[in-house]
Design a protein around this ligand. Sequence first.
Ligand SMILES: Nc1ncnc2c1ncn2[C@@H]1O[C@H](COP(=O)(O)OP(=O)(O)OP(=O)(O)O)[C@@H](O)[C@H]1O
Ligand SMILES: [Mg+2]
Length: 326
Amino acid sequence: MSSAEVSAVLEMRAVDMEFQLGGLVGKRTTLRALSGVSLRLEAGRALALVGESGSGKSTCARLLSRVYSPAAGQVLFRDGDVAPLRGKSLDAYRAQVQMIFQDPFGSLNPTQSIAYHLERPLKIHRHGLSSKEVREASEALLLQVGLVPAAEFLKRRPHELSGGQRQRVAIARALSVEPSVLLADEPTSMLDVSVRLGILNLLEDLKQQRKVASLYITHDIATARYFAEDTAVMYAGHVVEQGPSEAITANPLHPYTQLLIESVPNPKNKITGSSARRATDIPLWTAESRGCPFASRCPRVTDICRETMPEATVVGDGHTARCHHL
Ligand SMILES: Nc1ncnc2c1ncn2[C@@H]1O[C@H](COP(=O)(O)OP(=O)(O)OP(=O)(O)O)[C@@H](O)[C@H]1O
Ligand SMILES: [Mg+2]
């Protein structure tokens, strides 16, 4: 089914996000961290958000979990704007939309047992459970994330686990409130290569079995397609290309996406001088900036690129790109 036929669980529509920079000594600047970003998360599917450091990926996750509010545009959960949510309805929303971070250690309390981390949200979310039922539910969660024997892991503290095991605990805790959305911000990038696949397989099972809608933030466009059906490529706060992951990796059309794919380390390809040379910093984008943010690095740049950012052009089934020279 193409994505246009399925209703989104969580969606960003034409979102702008701004941060005030400088102040005290320097001149104040308004950083336009996101410009007109639209993303859709659907039940049982994953969207990979790729792009280099500073492109705005984590900012999207924070907007979706309503840590930030957009300067313009909307975040919609099951078609309802999340901006007016307050108090209990905001708590309920935040339970539905769970974040998993790069550093599982940072999101766990080092002085508390794993049992504490799971039992607390269970008691709040499913009040009325007896202590025995809470313990059983905690064990079932650990079993689901592959931490067995569960009774043994419940007793331990975060530092008594490996990095991969800690990330499994963070995922179990996110699941304890039965969320409909998981926002995973580089969930495997701090883990040893050997345990990354296990975590991705776990996220894949949750997507399929629980029909969780997932956002998967990663620097790694090449492996994104193994987990995520769809990919959105960001550059300086703009989504420059978006569509089915297979199409994006097999037939990248935006010059930035092509650069990303070309730069994927591959023993068969030599790293070309041109792509290595162009790996400079993303421009500081402000409300006054004009044109395509990739213009300063783009091999296809012409005058129009410095003047206007084109709208998205449909280049295939559900596949769009924003470039004057497609
Ligand atoms: N709270 C903030 N105040 C000011 N600027 C911010 C804030 N949060 C993010 N930014 C800026 O917004 C831009 C996007 O940041 P973001 O963290 O979303 O990037 P990212 O794509 O997640 O990068 P990385 O891959 O390094 O995690 C960056 O220029 C960053 O410095
Ligand atoms: Mg980030």
